[in-house]
Ligand binder design. Sequence first.
Ligand code: NAG
Ligand code: NAG
Length: 366
Amino acid sequence: MPGRTKRKSPLKAPDRPYLALGLEGSANKLGAGIIKHAEDGSATVLSNIRHTYITPPGEGFQPRDTALHHREWALKVIDDCLKQANVSMHDMDCICFTKGPGMGAPLQSVALVARTLSLLYDKPLVGVNHCVGHIEMGREITGAQNPVVLYVSGGNTQVIAYSRQCYRIFGETLDIAVGNCLDRFARVINLSNDPSPGYNIEQEAKKGKRLLPIPYATKGMDISLSGILTSIEAYTFDKRYRPEGVADSSEDDIITPADLCFSLQETVFAMLVEITERAMAHIGSKEVLIVGGVGCNERLQEMMGIMAAERHGQIFATDERFCIDNGIMIAQAGLLGFRMGYSTPLTKSTCTQRFRTDQVHVTWRT
Ligand SMILES: *[C@@H]1O[C@H](CO)[C@@H](O)[C@H](O)[C@H]1NC(C)=O
Ligand SMILES: *[C@@H]1O[C@H](CO)[C@@H](O)[C@H](O)[C@H]1NC(C)=O
């Protein structure tokens, strides 16, 4: 569904609309999206198509198979994206692709598609930082002006705030990402990966009745999750654990998969709320924006909302169209940079698995 938003922009208004194609494939979602920036500065999502590589229960996605998925689906997804937007490749001002961070082989397979389109249609390329894509799309959709950003996904856990042409990282995970922790636990208890392991943990957690003790590991502005994963996994070997849930209601000392999902979510989300609140207090912001795949989790949004309300602030979040990896966020961040004169020469259009949010020079904000 196309969305239309209007916001004051430091960018000079264009004398004609700009169109950008964005391609994303840093993990198991392949996305293509087209965004339009009109003469009055407003952005319109013309199309946003995604295809997800879903593995069987108990299995994660491997780089090689994921890259194969992206190669198989690239033409169909881009074709659908152009059709839905009712535009042709010739209309594009630039082709934006994810430069990183992410998994090497999937990133490269999508960058190759971007390079090919760039040569075929003689269009400039714009390499985009995936995390900055999430932040810019979140700001555009929600209208949040200068929020503290909590970026939570399968590969990333960061608390970010803008300062002087840079998205600075205030806090982050010291080991694994939140999404990775949830996904790996979903595999342990054999939850389905369809539509996503995190979504299924969230549904399971709603049935949970017991808050089991697991470590609470915030360290200053940072958090640690690998010990928590080990600790919650250990409960599946407890003799009170019932993998099939509650078999006999007369037993009141049993532990169900739902209890484990509930305990994991409550503990980890409380840690995220704590470090986000500390960043808000530090920079004096009353806005918090949650982006990334785990940002769809309604319990996380609820807990963050309570904290924000207590500080007389506000929480901003997007739905699954925009918080889960997508092509439109790459188009949005890429076009903001392109309008400031930034593009990526063909010879520099490589990908990089490690590409920190604070390495990007944010020219388009004042
Ligand atoms: C698609 O765009 C063309 C012009 O570019 C226009 O004539 C046509 O009506 C559009 N189709 C739809 C379904 O909007
Ligand atoms: C996991 O679930 C699938 C079906 O959802 C089932 O076929 C498989 O046997 C289960 N594996 C374990 C270890 O429970």
